[in-house]
Design a protein around this ligand. Structure first.
Ligand code: NAD
Length: 270
């Protein structure tokens, strides 16, 4: 059902890799709610070609940008403003990558070169995107930026590895830049802390199957799906949430505030 919550709004969606991606579902939801979109991903991801199907479905151009390359980001904003014929109202940052997880390095033995790249791609990239928009004055007043995060920034999930540190940094940048952009132009910046979700990035975490079932049993409402997350993003991009900024918003079926559930106790008693 569409309420046209985003009618007239223009947004950039980072990170739609394939149809499992949270960014993919969010692009579909924003389109259904009346938004105009530009899609972007790293050139290496664009070569897979999947994103063209989404581009057709939401009637959006695809503009490649490696999120750690400032020239790419400048070009992305310049071309997006040209395409929209004006400023941008919302941005979804849906980007994560851990080199140490990929290479199977244990947290206590991480390679610091890989770690720098992980932090740059998964966290500092939000600063890079915001800084580019800030300097180009690319975002409209009351614009909304959402980045996706995970509760491992607050509590230990051992196999989440260095991504826990990357998410903690991402959430800190959200608060710090949220202050400056709020003062400058009433732009709001928030993170959504999503349940474990079966996507390419999600399934890269060791023991993901056990982990997603545990979260399901530990959440009074069950795990939030990628579609649910997409709908939450729509509300955050809409004017209905215009005074919310600098927050980390848990979207996890209640997982974050649950100590234990009967389902987990029953499992332990088996
Ligand atoms: N899947 C989960 O369980 C889960 C839970 C909480 C939060 N998140 C977060 O959601 C976000 C989206 O992940 P997803 O689960 O949809 O997986 P995904 O693999 O579909 O998306 C990750 C995206 O990051 C992009 N990316 C990687 N390096 C890039 C670069 N240098 N430049 C531009 N883009 C780059 C990839 O191409 C891909 O599109 C991530 O921030 C992830 O950490 C995921």
């Amino acid at each position: 059902m569409s309420n046209q919550l985003l009618k007239g709004k223009k947004g950039i969606i980072f990170g739609a890799l394939d149809e499992k991606s949270i960014a993919w579902k969010t692009a579909l939801a924003c389109h259904a709610q009346g938004a105009q979109l530009v899609l972007t991903n790293a050139p290496v991801a664009l070569r897979m070609g999947e994103i063209n199907k989404l581009a057709e479905a939401v009637n959006a151009p695809v503009i490649g940008a490696d999120v750690v390359n400032m020239d790419d980001l400048k070009n992305l904003f310049t071309e997006s403003i040209k395409h929209f014929g004006g400023g941008i109202d919302f941005i979804l940052h849906s980007i994560g990558m851990s080199l140490n997880v990929r290479k199977g390095k244990h947290y206590t033995e991480i390679d610091y070169g890989f770690n720098q790249k992980t932090l740059d791609i998964s966290a500092m990239s939000l600063h890079r995107v915001l800084r580019t928009a800030f300097e180009m004055d690319a975002l409209n007043e009351w614009g909304s930026v959402v980045a996706l995060t995970y509760i491992a920034a607050q509590r230990v999930f051992p196999d989440y590895n260095e991504m826990a540190d990357a998410k903690a940094l991402l959430e800190s940048i959200t608060r710090s830049f949220g202050y400056h952009y709020g003062v400058k132009k009433k732009v709001r910046i928030n993170t959504i802390s999503q349940s474990p979700t079966r996507t390419t990035a999600g399934s890269g975490v060791k023991g993901f199957d056990g982990f997603i079932s545990y979260a399901e049993k530990m959440s009074p409402l069950g795990n939030a799906s990628a579609e649910d997350c997409a709908n939450y993003c729509v509300t955050m991009f809409s004017d209905m949430t215009k005074m919310v900024t600098m927050q980390n918003l848990f979207h996890d079926g209640g997982f974050s505030y649950t100590g234990v559930t009967n389902a987990v106790i029953e499992q332990m008693e088996k």
